[in-house]
Ligand binder design. Structure first.
Ligand SMILES: [Zn+2]
Length: 184
């Protein structure tokens, strides 16, 4: 059975926490599960996948999506990918192959960048997945449901690694208000 669950949402929506939760709920043997995430920042070199809520699981950090292949064994039945938006477009093909081989795929990623445009492979991954989980955060300004990621500083770099120092979750209204204020 082809089975691909995609967890997506803006920053601070608890995507990694949900991914780790699904990992911990899995009933298959730990040796049949694989956890990977891309290397996006060399400052952190450990092999753990951390959530902001403090949960963690041990995984592999990959520089390129194709580094998944040698990690797959005949025993692999589930593959968990965190920060999947940072893997290049080749991840779409790789996930398709895993699914064809009967491996269950669970991925978490930021679906939109700070300009509210589709992030890397995310649009294609939404189409490929047969289960979606859209998670919501809380607006930094009004505490209503947030779907947008707002960058608080001015820079044109698409990938700017940071956390609450440079990003906020915002509702559509306050994301637009913030973008308008930055443009002026
Ligand atoms: Zn708001």
């Amino acid at each position: 059975m082809r089975d691909f669950t995609l967890i997506y949402g803006c920053m601070f929506s608890g995507k990694t926490t949900r991914l780790i939760g699904l990992y911990n709920e899995s009933e298959i043997d730990i040796n049949e599960r694989l956890v990977v995430k891309p290397v996006i920042d060399n400052r952190y070199s450990d092999n753990a996948v951390h959530s902001h809520s403090g949960l963690q699981v041990i995984g592999h950090r990959l520089f390129k999506a194709e580094e998944i292949y040698p990690l797959i064994t005949p025993h692999t039945r589930e593959v968990y990918l965190d920060e999947v938006q940072f893997f290049g477009p080749f991840i779409i093909e790789i996930i398709g192959e895993l699914m064809s081989n009967g491996i269950r795929v669970i991925a978490a990623g930021l679906d939109k960048d700070y300009l509210n445009q589709d992030f890397g492979p995310m649009r294609a991954l939404k189409k490929l997945s047969n289960k979606h989980m859209q998670l919501l955060a809380k607006c930094h300004i009004c505490s209503k449901e947030a779907t947008h990621t707002f960058r608080t500083i001015k820079t044109e770099d698409l990938v700017l690694v940071g956390h609450s120092d440079v990003y906020q979750a915002r509702c559509k209204e306050h994301w637009e208000a913030g973008m308008n204020a930055k443009a002026n």
